[in-house]
Design a protein around this ligand. Structure first.
Ligand code: SF4
Length: 79
């Protein structure tokens, strides 16, 4: 089986326990749902509770940040 598929299955199985607490209201989720961002962003950050997410860290620190800032801190032009 393709390693990417195995990784996706593991992410789905772990997602309920590890999902970021901000997932349901996070713009990154909505951009992925709308097909405007690669699903790998939520697979590698949101669904596995990746605390390295810059958005998460800024939220937790009460620091403003734009909706189009990716989990790695990059600002992306999203239409
Ligand atoms: S982008 Fe970051 S803050 Fe938003 S849901 Fe994903 S992990 Fe949480």
């Amino acid at each position: 089986m393709c390693p990417k598929i195995i990784k996706n299955i593991k992410n789905i199985l772990n997602s309920k326990n590890n999902r970021c607490k901000r997932y349901q209201s996070c713009p990154i989720k909505f951009y992925v749902d709308q097909g405007k961002l690669d699903p790998e962003w939520v697979e590698n950050y949101c669904l596995v509770g990746n605390k390295n997410c810059v958005r998460y860290q800024m939220e937790e620190s009460g620091i403003d940040h734009p909706d189009n800032m990716l989990p790695n801190g990059t600002i992306k032009n999203i239409n």
